[in-house]
Design a protein around this ligand. Sequence first.
Ligand code: SF4
Ligand code: SF4
Length: 214
Amino acid sequence: MNADPLKQFLQAEGATLVGVGDVTKALSREIIHLGRGVAIAVNRSLTRDTVDLLVRLQALTEGWLKAKGYRSLSIPPDSDRKMGKMISKLYKLFCHKTAATCAGLGWIGKNGLIINERYGSKMTWATVLTDAPLATDRPYVSSQCGDCDLCVRHCPSGAVQGHLWSLGNPMREIVSYDKCRSLKSGRTSLKEKPNCGFCVTVCPYSRNGKKNSN
Ligand code: SF4
Ligand code: SF4
């Protein structure tokens, strides 16, 4: 099933990137029938407006699929995680990073974030799982960071371990989130921020992404 009409529709509605991946291997038993992941990204920082846009794009995706007789399940954008809603329980079911890598939209960098070749890691992600047999994109199965170690050298907490990601490599071997969190909790200047963010700002792909911003 051609996925281009869906991609073009979502891009016309504000999505920066849309890809489709075969995510079957990452699904739990309850949702194993939803083997395609539609990864949607916007090249915007994580604000309420960004989340609202992604939620709207997910609803449009679900409507598009439903009109063709297929089922779907939206995994909400990251920031809704804090809201304590029933829907936040869905996070345990699936990870946006899996959809993005399976859909060929990026690899997991040494900084533990999705790196898109054009936009870097300053993107916000959402996923729609579906049983529609959409044609899949070519997945990333390994890191493209190469010898670069800028995020390793600039991380003030030593959280970035310097390991190259490949499919099946557990995230904890790439970034120590305990170290990252403890740096944030010890600095009042970071109170209103999710983290210090140096591992994003030093990344050459993210710097390019700024130039490619709309
Ligand atoms: S947010 Fe800061 S402390 Fe956390 S991993 Fe990135 S550079 Fe290190
Ligand atoms: S700074 Fe370099 S090593 Fe770190 S994520 Fe970006 S490209 Fe990869």
